[in-house]
Design a protein around this ligand. Structure first.
Ligand code: MF3
Ligand code: CO
Length: 251
């Protein structure tokens, strides 16, 4: 069952998502050489709590932090620690916040100081693939129409999309139906209906799409050690254009 949110629920969810987006922006502003990933996690935690919300990821399935910070060849679920960011790193920040019983979920990859042209292209293509995907996030389309658009755009730019992790419905639960893969043929999966809220989140690798999970059971890295980037927003299906909920305007 895919939850359809009513207008009252959406008002609350918009607020949850604005807090989440502001937390992402705060983390992004902190990305610079000399800053530890743990200090970003602390700042984001304190910001979310100051807004009357809760960090969605903290203790989720035992996850030990409020943010996932995934540097360079780490794809997702990097655990903030004593690592100090250095010039040239690319830094994926993924954050969730729960307010009034609803979750927001969003991510972005930020350059730390000056990065290589290839790294910047990876960041840009990953973000643009999200926007290419949500062109199809409209009433009556099927979920995999989004997936196919993302894959086509990414691969036409010479990069690959991760298969082992997918986007998802989001609302009262951080992860709800449906799954939203970033690859596949169009015309499959559930039909999109106004009131559905989904997290569309392409994870894009510079080399192979294959990934592996480190012994901490969280940190997910590219199998070949090449760079990876991530971009995610929580999106509402409407009767017209999709509405990106994880925006900072109007918090
Ligand atoms: N945004 C991610 C997701 O949608 C992060 C979840 S990390 C976890 O799955 F720690 F909460 F598991
Ligand atoms: Co997500």
């Amino acid at each position: 069952m895919i939850a359809i949110k009513n207008e009252h629920e959406l008002q609350v969810m918009r607020k949850a998502c604005k807090i989440t987006a502001a937390a992402r922006a705060l983390a992004g502003e902190m990305v610079r050489p000399g800053v530890s990933t743990r200090s970003i996690d602390r700042a984001v935690h304190d910001f979310i709590v100051s807004q009357g919300a809760k960090p969605s990821f903290l203790h989720y399935s035992g996850y030990p932090a409020s943010v996932c910070i995934s540097v360079n060849s780490t794809v997702i679920h990097g655990i903030p620690d004593h690592y100090v960011l250095k010039e040239g790193d690319i830094v994926s920040v993924d954050v969730g916040a729960c307010y009034g019983g609803f979750h927001g979920d969003c991510a972005a990859t930020y350059p730390c100081g000056a990065v290589s042209a290839e790294a910047q292209k990876l960041i840009d293509v990953t973000k643009e693939s999200f926007f290419q995907g949500i062109r199809f996030a409209t009433r009556g389309n099927r979920v995999s129409d989004i997936s196919h658009a993302i894959q086509t755009y990414v691969e036409s730019n010479g990069f690959s999309v991760v298969r082992d992790y997918v986007g998802h419905g989001v609302g009262r639960q951080l992860h709800e139906e449906p799954e939203v893969p970033n690859y596949g043929e169009p015309g499959h999966g559930p039909r999109l209906i106004p009131g559905m809220t989904i997290a569309v989140e392409p994870m894009v690798n510079m080399g192979t799409y294959e990934v592996r999970v480190l012994k901490d059971h969280w940190t997910t890295v590219t199998a070949d050690g090449a760079l990876s980037a991530h971009y995610e927003n929580t999106v509402l299906i409407t009767g017209g254009e999709p509405e990106i909920l994880t925006v900072t305007e109007g918090l």
